[in-house]
Design a protein around this ligand. Structure first.
Ligand code: GLU
Length: 506
Protein backbone atom coordinates (compact mmCIF):
# COMPACT_ATOMS: atom_id res chain seq x y z
CA UNK A 1 0.00 0.00 0.00
CA UNK A 2 1.45 3.38 -0.86
CA UNK A 3 2.23 5.81 1.91
CA UNK A 4 -0.34 8.54 2.55
CA UNK A 5 0.16 11.05 5.34
CA UNK A 6 -1.61 14.20 6.34
CA UNK A 7 -0.99 17.45 8.12
CA UNK A 8 -4.26 18.46 9.73
CA UNK A 9 -4.07 21.92 11.30
CA UNK A 10 -7.02 23.73 12.81
CA UNK A 11 -7.31 27.30 11.52
CA UNK A 12 -7.46 28.79 14.99
CA UNK A 13 -4.57 31.23 14.55
CA UNK A 14 -1.13 31.45 13.02
CA UNK A 15 0.77 28.26 12.39
CA UNK A 16 3.30 27.74 15.18
CA UNK A 17 6.82 26.73 14.17
CA UNK A 18 6.21 23.37 15.88
CA UNK A 19 3.35 22.84 13.43
CA UNK A 20 5.73 23.55 10.58
CA UNK A 21 8.03 20.84 11.90
CA UNK A 22 5.12 18.38 12.02
CA UNK A 23 4.19 19.26 8.44
CA UNK A 24 7.82 18.91 7.40
CA UNK A 25 8.24 15.43 8.90
CA UNK A 26 5.04 14.30 7.19
CA UNK A 27 6.23 15.77 3.93
CA UNK A 28 9.70 14.21 4.12
CA UNK A 29 8.26 10.83 4.97
CA UNK A 30 5.78 10.97 2.09
CA UNK A 31 8.41 12.03 -0.42
CA UNK A 32 10.88 9.45 0.76
CA UNK A 33 8.36 6.71 0.10
CA UNK A 34 6.94 8.14 -3.09
CA UNK A 35 3.67 8.70 -1.25
CA UNK A 36 1.19 11.55 -0.89
CA UNK A 37 1.22 14.46 1.53
CA UNK A 38 -2.31 15.64 2.25
CA UNK A 39 -3.18 19.01 3.80
CA UNK A 40 -6.50 18.78 5.60
CA UNK A 41 -8.11 21.75 7.29
CA UNK A 42 -9.75 20.74 10.57
CA UNK A 43 -12.22 23.57 10.98
CA UNK A 44 -15.11 21.97 12.85
CA UNK A 45 -14.73 24.06 15.98
CA UNK A 46 -16.76 27.10 15.03
CA UNK A 47 -15.98 28.89 18.27
CA UNK A 48 -12.30 28.89 17.58
CA UNK A 49 -12.42 29.92 13.94
CA UNK A 50 -10.02 32.77 13.18
CA UNK A 51 -10.28 34.85 10.06
CA UNK A 52 -7.28 34.49 7.75
CA UNK A 53 -5.77 31.52 9.59
CA UNK A 54 -6.36 28.99 6.81
CA UNK A 55 -4.79 31.23 4.23
CA UNK A 56 -1.90 31.86 6.60
CA UNK A 57 -1.27 28.13 6.95
CA UNK A 58 -1.24 27.68 3.18
CA UNK A 59 1.13 30.62 2.67
CA UNK A 60 3.47 29.51 5.44
CA UNK A 61 3.81 25.98 4.07
CA UNK A 62 4.34 27.35 0.59
CA UNK A 63 7.12 29.61 1.83
CA UNK A 64 8.82 26.62 3.44
CA UNK A 65 8.53 24.62 0.24
CA UNK A 66 6.29 22.04 1.90
CA UNK A 67 3.94 21.52 -1.02
CA UNK A 68 0.89 19.36 -0.59
CA UNK A 69 -0.08 16.72 -3.11
CA UNK A 70 -3.71 16.91 -2.04
CA UNK A 71 -5.64 19.53 -0.17
CA UNK A 72 -7.99 22.46 -0.49
CA UNK A 73 -5.79 24.09 -3.12
CA UNK A 74 -4.44 21.31 -5.29
CA UNK A 75 -7.65 19.31 -4.80
CA UNK A 76 -7.46 15.51 -5.05
CA UNK A 77 -9.49 12.32 -5.18
CA UNK A 78 -10.37 12.27 -1.48
CA UNK A 79 -11.90 15.75 -1.07
CA UNK A 80 -13.34 17.89 0.16
CA UNK A 81 -10.31 18.63 2.30
CA UNK A 82 -12.01 21.06 4.67
CA UNK A 83 -13.84 19.28 7.45
CA UNK A 84 -16.62 21.84 7.56
CA UNK A 85 -17.56 20.56 4.09
CA UNK A 86 -17.71 16.92 5.18
CA UNK A 87 -20.42 17.10 7.84
CA UNK A 88 -22.60 14.41 6.30
CA UNK A 89 -19.84 11.81 6.69
CA UNK A 90 -19.50 12.45 10.39
CA UNK A 91 -23.25 12.31 11.00
CA UNK A 92 -23.50 9.04 9.17
CA UNK A 93 -20.61 7.47 11.05
CA UNK A 94 -21.82 8.65 14.43
CA UNK A 95 -25.28 7.20 13.70
CA UNK A 96 -23.67 3.95 12.74
CA UNK A 97 -21.96 3.67 16.12
CA UNK A 98 -25.22 4.51 17.91
CA UNK A 99 -27.09 1.84 15.91
CA UNK A 100 -24.40 -0.70 16.84
CA UNK A 101 -24.55 0.19 20.54
CA UNK A 102 -21.03 1.68 20.52
CA UNK A 103 -22.20 5.22 21.08
CA UNK A 104 -25.26 6.87 22.60
CA UNK A 105 -27.29 10.07 22.73
CA UNK A 106 -26.83 12.21 25.82
CA UNK A 107 -29.17 15.04 26.79
CA UNK A 108 -27.53 16.33 29.95
CA UNK A 109 -27.58 20.07 30.40
CA UNK A 110 -24.42 21.91 31.46
CA UNK A 111 -25.96 22.24 34.97
CA UNK A 112 -26.54 18.51 35.20
CA UNK A 113 -22.96 17.84 34.15
CA UNK A 114 -21.68 20.27 36.79
CA UNK A 115 -23.82 18.61 39.42
CA UNK A 116 -22.42 15.21 38.48
CA UNK A 117 -18.86 16.50 38.82
CA UNK A 118 -19.64 18.11 42.18
CA UNK A 119 -21.19 14.89 43.44
CA UNK A 120 -18.14 12.91 42.41
CA UNK A 121 -15.77 15.41 43.94
CA UNK A 122 -17.63 15.18 47.23
CA UNK A 123 -17.29 11.42 47.03
CA UNK A 124 -13.55 12.03 46.65
CA UNK A 125 -13.30 10.84 43.08
CA UNK A 126 -10.05 12.41 41.92
CA UNK A 127 -10.91 12.64 38.27
CA UNK A 128 -14.68 12.97 37.75
CA UNK A 129 -15.66 11.52 34.40
CA UNK A 130 -18.66 10.66 32.29
CA UNK A 131 -17.84 6.97 32.06
CA UNK A 132 -19.07 3.39 32.37
CA UNK A 133 -20.22 4.00 35.93
CA UNK A 134 -21.52 7.54 35.95
CA UNK A 135 -23.32 7.36 32.63
CA UNK A 136 -25.95 5.18 34.23
CA UNK A 137 -27.06 8.10 36.44
CA UNK A 138 -27.31 10.58 33.59
CA UNK A 139 -29.91 11.51 30.95
CA UNK A 140 -28.95 9.50 27.93
CA UNK A 141 -30.23 6.83 25.61
CA UNK A 142 -28.83 4.15 27.92
CA UNK A 143 -30.98 5.28 30.85
CA UNK A 144 -34.07 6.71 29.13
CA UNK A 145 -36.67 4.64 27.34
CA UNK A 146 -36.56 4.47 23.59
CA UNK A 147 -39.83 6.40 23.35
CA UNK A 148 -38.47 9.18 25.53
CA UNK A 149 -35.29 9.41 23.49
CA UNK A 150 -37.26 9.67 20.26
CA UNK A 151 -39.56 12.22 21.74
CA UNK A 152 -36.71 14.40 22.98
CA UNK A 153 -34.90 14.27 19.68
CA UNK A 154 -38.08 14.99 17.73
CA UNK A 155 -38.94 17.92 19.92
CA UNK A 156 -35.58 19.46 19.12
CA UNK A 157 -34.00 19.05 22.58
CA UNK A 158 -30.24 19.58 22.37
CA UNK A 159 -28.18 16.41 22.52
CA UNK A 160 -24.68 15.13 21.89
CA UNK A 161 -23.45 11.70 20.86
CA UNK A 162 -20.94 10.09 23.20
CA UNK A 163 -18.73 7.09 22.58
CA UNK A 164 -19.48 4.16 24.89
CA UNK A 165 -16.16 2.98 26.25
CA UNK A 166 -15.59 -0.42 27.86
CA UNK A 167 -15.27 -0.18 31.62
CA UNK A 168 -11.94 -1.73 32.31
CA UNK A 169 -9.96 -2.78 29.33
CA UNK A 170 -6.34 -2.31 28.32
CA UNK A 171 -5.94 -0.53 25.01
CA UNK A 172 -2.60 -1.23 23.35
CA UNK A 173 -1.03 0.25 20.33
CA UNK A 174 2.45 0.60 18.98
CA UNK A 175 3.82 4.04 18.36
CA UNK A 176 6.85 4.26 16.08
CA UNK A 177 8.48 6.82 18.37
CA UNK A 178 7.23 5.71 21.80
CA UNK A 179 7.04 1.94 21.27
CA UNK A 180 4.14 0.20 23.00
CA UNK A 181 1.57 2.36 24.71
CA UNK A 182 -0.94 0.76 27.07
CA UNK A 183 -3.84 2.69 28.55
CA UNK A 184 -6.73 1.32 30.59
CA UNK A 185 -10.17 2.56 29.61
CA UNK A 186 -10.91 3.24 33.28
CA UNK A 187 -8.77 6.37 32.86
CA UNK A 188 -10.73 7.59 29.84
CA UNK A 189 -14.19 9.06 29.58
CA UNK A 190 -17.04 8.72 27.13
CA UNK A 191 -15.85 11.54 24.89
CA UNK A 192 -18.34 13.50 22.83
CA UNK A 193 -18.23 12.55 19.16
CA UNK A 194 -21.00 14.83 17.85
CA UNK A 195 -21.73 18.17 19.47
CA UNK A 196 -25.15 19.70 19.96
CA UNK A 197 -24.51 22.09 17.04
CA UNK A 198 -24.42 19.05 14.74
CA UNK A 199 -20.67 19.32 14.26
CA UNK A 200 -18.31 16.48 15.04
CA UNK A 201 -15.58 16.82 17.62
CA UNK A 202 -11.96 16.54 16.58
CA UNK A 203 -11.81 12.86 17.57
CA UNK A 204 -14.58 11.64 15.32
CA UNK A 205 -13.82 13.87 12.35
CA UNK A 206 -10.14 13.10 12.53
CA UNK A 207 -10.44 9.34 12.42
CA UNK A 208 -13.30 9.24 9.92
CA UNK A 209 -11.21 11.38 7.60
CA UNK A 210 -7.99 9.51 8.19
CA UNK A 211 -9.82 6.34 7.25
CA UNK A 212 -11.68 7.78 4.27
CA UNK A 213 -8.56 9.49 2.98
CA UNK A 214 -6.66 6.22 3.35
CA UNK A 215 -4.02 7.69 5.62
CA UNK A 216 -1.37 5.07 6.38
CA UNK A 217 0.73 6.96 8.96
CA UNK A 218 -0.44 9.48 11.52
CA UNK A 219 2.55 11.68 12.31
CA UNK A 220 1.71 14.47 14.77
CA UNK A 221 2.81 16.25 17.91
CA UNK A 222 3.12 14.54 21.24
CA UNK A 223 0.25 16.61 22.65
CA UNK A 224 -2.08 14.26 20.75
CA UNK A 225 -0.73 11.11 22.35
CA UNK A 226 -3.42 11.12 25.09
CA UNK A 227 -6.09 11.13 22.36
CA UNK A 228 -4.60 8.16 20.56
CA UNK A 229 -6.17 5.41 22.75
CA UNK A 230 -9.63 6.77 22.00
CA UNK A 231 -8.78 6.89 18.31
CA UNK A 232 -7.61 3.29 18.45
CA UNK A 233 -10.91 2.28 20.07
CA UNK A 234 -12.83 4.08 17.35
CA UNK A 235 -10.87 2.31 14.62
CA UNK A 236 -11.69 -0.97 16.30
CA UNK A 237 -15.36 -0.02 16.75
CA UNK A 238 -15.66 0.73 13.04
CA UNK A 239 -13.74 -2.41 12.19
CA UNK A 240 -11.10 -0.44 10.31
CA UNK A 241 -7.36 -1.04 10.10
CA UNK A 242 -5.48 1.35 12.32
CA UNK A 243 -2.88 3.60 10.73
CA UNK A 244 0.66 3.54 12.10
CA UNK A 245 1.22 6.24 14.72
CA UNK A 246 4.28 8.40 15.31
CA UNK A 247 4.01 11.08 17.99
CA UNK A 248 6.74 13.68 17.66
CA UNK A 249 8.66 15.03 20.67
CA UNK A 250 7.84 18.47 22.03
CA UNK A 251 9.77 21.55 21.09
CA UNK A 252 11.28 22.98 24.25
CA UNK A 253 12.50 26.43 25.21
CA UNK A 254 16.21 27.02 24.44
CA UNK A 255 17.19 26.15 28.01
CA UNK A 256 15.18 22.94 27.90
CA UNK A 257 12.86 24.14 30.66
CA UNK A 258 9.33 23.68 29.45
CA UNK A 259 7.46 23.89 26.20
CA UNK A 260 8.36 26.46 23.59
CA UNK A 261 5.46 28.89 23.73
CA UNK A 262 4.74 32.15 22.02
CA UNK A 263 5.26 33.90 25.32
CA UNK A 264 8.66 32.31 25.79
CA UNK A 265 9.71 33.23 22.25
CA UNK A 266 8.45 36.81 22.68
CA UNK A 267 10.41 37.11 25.88
CA UNK A 268 13.59 35.80 24.32
CA UNK A 269 13.10 38.00 21.28
CA UNK A 270 12.71 35.52 18.46
CA UNK A 271 9.80 34.64 16.18
CA UNK A 272 7.51 31.68 16.72
CA UNK A 273 5.55 31.95 13.47
CA UNK A 274 6.96 31.36 9.99
CA UNK A 275 5.46 34.56 8.53
CA UNK A 276 4.25 37.83 9.99
CA UNK A 277 0.95 37.35 11.77
CA UNK A 278 -1.49 40.10 12.40
CA UNK A 279 -3.76 38.76 15.10
CA UNK A 280 -7.25 39.88 14.09
CA UNK A 281 -8.50 39.62 17.67
CA UNK A 282 -5.80 41.39 19.64
CA UNK A 283 -4.45 43.50 16.79
CA UNK A 284 -0.96 42.34 17.77
CA UNK A 285 1.60 41.97 14.99
CA UNK A 286 4.10 39.15 15.42
CA UNK A 287 7.16 39.15 13.22
CA UNK A 288 7.72 35.96 11.27
CA UNK A 289 10.91 34.07 10.52
CA UNK A 290 10.64 35.11 6.89
CA UNK A 291 10.40 38.81 7.69
CA UNK A 292 13.19 38.46 10.20
CA UNK A 293 15.41 37.39 7.32
CA UNK A 294 15.54 33.61 7.61
CA UNK A 295 15.83 31.67 4.38
CA UNK A 296 13.29 28.87 3.94
CA UNK A 297 16.02 26.33 3.18
CA UNK A 298 17.76 27.22 6.44
CA UNK A 299 14.51 26.90 8.39
CA UNK A 300 13.76 23.50 6.92
CA UNK A 301 17.23 22.22 7.66
CA UNK A 302 17.13 23.58 11.21
CA UNK A 303 13.66 22.18 11.93
CA UNK A 304 14.46 18.80 10.44
CA UNK A 305 17.04 18.24 13.18
CA UNK A 306 14.71 19.21 16.03
CA UNK A 307 13.70 15.73 17.03
CA UNK A 308 15.20 13.68 14.23
CA UNK A 309 18.72 12.36 14.44
CA UNK A 310 20.27 11.48 11.09
CA UNK A 311 23.13 9.65 12.86
CA UNK A 312 26.57 10.98 11.93
CA UNK A 313 28.14 14.40 11.90
CA UNK A 314 26.47 16.00 8.90
CA UNK A 315 24.30 19.00 9.74
CA UNK A 316 23.74 20.70 6.42
CA UNK A 317 21.15 18.88 4.36
CA UNK A 318 19.43 20.03 1.21
CA UNK A 319 15.75 19.18 0.90
CA UNK A 320 16.62 16.30 -1.41
CA UNK A 321 19.12 14.94 1.07
CA UNK A 322 16.59 15.22 3.88
CA UNK A 323 14.11 13.23 1.83
CA UNK A 324 16.76 10.59 1.19
CA UNK A 325 17.84 10.30 4.80
CA UNK A 326 14.63 10.80 6.74
CA UNK A 327 13.20 7.96 8.76
CA UNK A 328 10.60 7.79 11.52
CA UNK A 329 12.75 5.26 13.37
CA UNK A 330 15.38 7.92 14.03
CA UNK A 331 13.01 10.32 15.76
CA UNK A 332 13.90 10.92 19.40
CA UNK A 333 11.55 10.49 22.31
CA UNK A 334 13.06 13.34 24.29
CA UNK A 335 11.93 16.91 23.71
CA UNK A 336 14.05 19.01 21.36
CA UNK A 337 15.53 22.30 22.55
CA UNK A 338 14.76 25.15 20.21
CA UNK A 339 18.17 26.76 19.97
CA UNK A 340 17.71 30.01 18.10
CA UNK A 341 21.48 30.50 17.84
CA UNK A 342 21.60 27.30 15.84
CA UNK A 343 18.86 28.62 13.57
CA UNK A 344 21.00 31.70 12.95
CA UNK A 345 23.99 29.53 12.22
CA UNK A 346 22.00 27.65 9.59
CA UNK A 347 20.92 30.93 8.08
CA UNK A 348 24.51 32.07 7.86
CA UNK A 349 25.53 28.87 6.15
CA UNK A 350 22.74 29.14 3.61
CA UNK A 351 23.42 32.81 2.95
CA UNK A 352 27.06 32.01 2.33
CA UNK A 353 26.24 29.30 -0.12
CA UNK A 354 23.50 31.22 -1.95
CA UNK A 355 24.49 32.55 -5.35
CA UNK A 356 25.26 36.24 -5.68
CA UNK A 357 22.49 36.55 -8.22
CA UNK A 358 19.88 35.14 -5.86
CA UNK A 359 20.96 37.34 -2.98
CA UNK A 360 21.15 40.41 -5.18
CA UNK A 361 17.57 39.79 -6.27
CA UNK A 362 16.52 39.43 -2.66
CA UNK A 363 18.40 42.54 -1.58
CA UNK A 364 16.77 44.58 -4.30
CA UNK A 365 13.40 43.21 -3.31
CA UNK A 366 14.01 44.09 0.34
CA UNK A 367 15.25 47.61 0.02
CA UNK A 368 13.66 50.79 -1.09
CA UNK A 369 16.96 51.91 -2.53
CA UNK A 370 17.20 52.22 -6.22
CA UNK A 371 20.35 50.26 -6.92
CA UNK A 372 21.09 48.39 -10.06
CA UNK A 373 21.47 44.65 -10.20
CA UNK A 374 25.18 44.70 -10.87
CA UNK A 375 25.86 46.87 -7.87
CA UNK A 376 23.62 44.69 -5.68
CA UNK A 377 25.61 41.65 -6.83
CA UNK A 378 28.93 43.19 -5.96
CA UNK A 379 27.68 44.24 -2.54
CA UNK A 380 26.23 40.84 -1.59
CA UNK A 381 29.33 39.06 -2.86
CA UNK A 382 31.42 41.08 -0.41
CA UNK A 383 29.07 40.93 2.52
CA UNK A 384 27.56 37.45 2.48
CA UNK A 385 30.36 35.88 4.51
CA UNK A 386 29.88 38.41 7.26
CA UNK A 387 26.17 38.44 7.91
CA UNK A 388 23.46 36.29 9.48
CA UNK A 389 20.57 38.07 7.78
CA UNK A 390 20.50 39.83 4.45
CA UNK A 391 19.00 42.91 6.10
CA UNK A 392 22.23 43.42 8.01
CA UNK A 393 23.69 44.69 4.77
CA UNK A 394 21.57 47.77 5.27
CA UNK A 395 23.14 48.31 8.67
CA UNK A 396 26.74 47.12 8.61
CA UNK A 397 26.96 47.87 4.91
CA UNK A 398 25.09 51.18 5.06
CA UNK A 399 28.19 52.94 3.72
CA UNK A 400 27.50 51.39 0.33
CA UNK A 401 24.44 53.56 0.11
CA UNK A 402 25.32 56.74 1.99
CA UNK A 403 28.34 58.59 3.32
CA UNK A 404 29.09 57.93 6.98
CA UNK A 405 27.92 60.53 9.45
CA UNK A 406 29.74 59.10 12.45
CA UNK A 407 33.23 57.74 12.67
CA UNK A 408 34.40 54.87 14.84
CA UNK A 409 35.85 56.59 17.87
CA UNK A 410 38.62 54.13 18.61
CA UNK A 411 39.93 54.25 15.06
CA UNK A 412 39.84 58.03 15.12
CA UNK A 413 41.79 58.05 18.35
CA UNK A 414 44.42 55.59 17.25
CA UNK A 415 44.74 55.91 13.50
CA UNK A 416 43.76 59.40 12.40
CA UNK A 417 47.35 60.65 12.19
CA UNK A 418 48.99 63.46 10.30
CA UNK A 419 50.74 60.84 8.20
CA UNK A 420 47.41 59.25 7.29
CA UNK A 421 45.81 62.61 6.47
CA UNK A 422 48.75 63.49 4.21
CA UNK A 423 48.34 60.18 2.47
CA UNK A 424 44.61 60.78 2.02
CA UNK A 425 45.32 64.17 0.47
CA UNK A 426 47.62 62.62 -2.07
CA UNK A 427 45.24 59.75 -2.68
CA UNK A 428 42.29 62.06 -3.40
CA UNK A 429 44.24 64.12 -5.87
CA UNK A 430 45.14 61.00 -7.83
CA UNK A 431 41.58 59.69 -7.66
CA UNK A 432 39.93 62.97 -8.61
CA UNK A 433 40.97 62.69 -12.25
CA UNK A 434 39.54 59.21 -12.72
CA UNK A 435 36.06 58.15 -13.74
CA UNK A 436 36.12 54.54 -12.66
CA UNK A 437 38.60 52.04 -11.32
CA UNK A 438 38.80 48.45 -10.21
CA UNK A 439 40.25 46.99 -7.03
CA UNK A 440 43.64 46.34 -8.61
CA UNK A 441 43.98 49.92 -9.77
CA UNK A 442 43.08 51.20 -6.32
CA UNK A 443 45.77 49.03 -4.84
CA UNK A 444 48.45 50.17 -7.23
CA UNK A 445 47.61 53.83 -6.59
CA UNK A 446 47.88 53.27 -2.85
CA UNK A 447 51.13 51.34 -3.10
CA UNK A 448 52.52 53.93 -5.50
CA UNK A 449 51.97 56.70 -2.96
CA UNK A 450 53.29 54.70 -0.04
CA UNK A 451 56.38 53.56 -1.91
CA UNK A 452 57.77 57.07 -2.06
CA UNK A 453 58.41 57.37 1.62
CA UNK A 454 58.32 53.68 2.48
CA UNK A 455 55.25 53.94 4.70
CA UNK A 456 53.85 50.56 5.71
CA UNK A 457 50.33 50.15 4.37
CA UNK A 458 48.94 49.40 7.85
CA UNK A 459 49.65 52.98 8.92
CA UNK A 460 47.14 54.51 6.52
CA UNK A 461 44.57 51.90 5.61
CA UNK A 462 42.45 52.20 8.79
CA UNK A 463 42.13 55.94 8.24
CA UNK A 464 41.20 55.41 4.62
CA UNK A 465 38.53 52.90 5.61
CA UNK A 466 37.29 55.19 8.35
CA UNK A 467 36.86 58.11 5.97
CA UNK A 468 34.87 56.02 3.52
CA UNK A 469 32.81 53.78 5.79
CA UNK A 470 32.99 55.29 9.26
CA UNK A 471 34.05 51.87 10.51
CA UNK A 472 37.19 50.39 11.96
CA UNK A 473 36.96 47.13 10.03
CA UNK A 474 35.03 45.46 7.25
CA UNK A 475 35.30 43.80 3.87
CA UNK A 476 37.90 44.38 1.16
CA UNK A 477 38.56 48.10 1.02
CA UNK A 478 39.86 48.13 -2.56
CA UNK A 479 36.61 46.64 -3.75
CA UNK A 480 34.62 49.12 -1.64
CA UNK A 481 36.46 52.03 -3.30
CA UNK A 482 35.86 50.50 -6.68
CA UNK A 483 32.14 50.20 -5.91
CA UNK A 484 31.84 53.73 -4.56
CA UNK A 485 33.78 55.08 -7.54
CA UNK A 486 36.46 57.79 -7.50
CA UNK A 487 34.23 60.83 -7.21
CA UNK A 488 32.19 59.59 -4.26
CA UNK A 489 35.35 58.34 -2.56
CA UNK A 490 37.05 61.69 -2.98
CA UNK A 491 34.09 63.55 -1.58
CA UNK A 492 33.87 61.26 1.45
CA UNK A 493 37.56 61.50 2.19
CA UNK A 494 37.44 65.28 1.99
CA UNK A 495 34.44 65.38 4.26
CA UNK A 496 36.20 63.19 6.83
CA UNK A 497 39.37 65.30 6.70
CA UNK A 498 37.29 68.36 7.41
CA UNK A 499 35.12 66.84 10.10
CA UNK A 500 37.98 65.19 11.92
CA UNK A 501 40.40 68.11 11.62
CA UNK A 502 40.45 68.59 15.39
CA UNK A 503 41.30 64.95 16.03
CA UNK A 504 44.50 64.62 14.02
CA UNK A 505 47.32 63.04 15.98
CA UNK A 506 50.96 63.81 15.30
N1 GLU B 1 -6.50 19.39 14.16
C1 GLU B 1 -5.46 18.85 14.98
C2 GLU B 1 -4.46 19.96 15.21
O1 GLU B 1 -4.83 21.07 15.21
C3 GLU B 1 -4.86 17.64 14.32
C4 GLU B 1 -4.17 16.69 15.22
C5 GLU B 1 -3.81 15.44 14.46
O2 GLU B 1 -2.89 15.53 13.63
O3 GLU B 1 -4.46 14.44 14.66
O4 GLU B 1 -3.29 19.79 15.39
Amino acid sequence: MSVRVRFAPSPTGALHIGGVRTALYNYLFAKKHGGAFVLRIEDTDQNRFVEGAEEYIQDALKWCGIDSDEGVEPGGDFGPYRQSERKAHYQEHAQRLVAEGKAYYAFDSPEELDEMRERLKEARVANPQYNAITRMQMSNSLTLSEAEVTERIDSGAPYVIRVKLPRNEDIRFEDIVRDWVVVNTATLDDKILMKSDGMPTYHLANIVDDHMMQITHVIRGEEWLPSAPLHVILYDYFGWDRPAFAHLPLLLKPDGNGKLSKRAADKLGFPIFPLNWNDPESGELSEGFMEKGYLPEAMINFLSLLGWNPGGEQELFSKEELIQEFSLERINKAGAKFDIEKAKWFNQQYLKSSSDDELAQALMGNTELAIDFDLARRIVAMMKERITFLSEIMVSGSFFFEAPTVYDEKTVRKKWTQQAVDFLGEFTSQLAVLEALDGEQVKSIILGILEKDETPIGRVMPALRLSLTGQGGGPDLMEIISILGPQESVSRIKKAIEELSESVKE
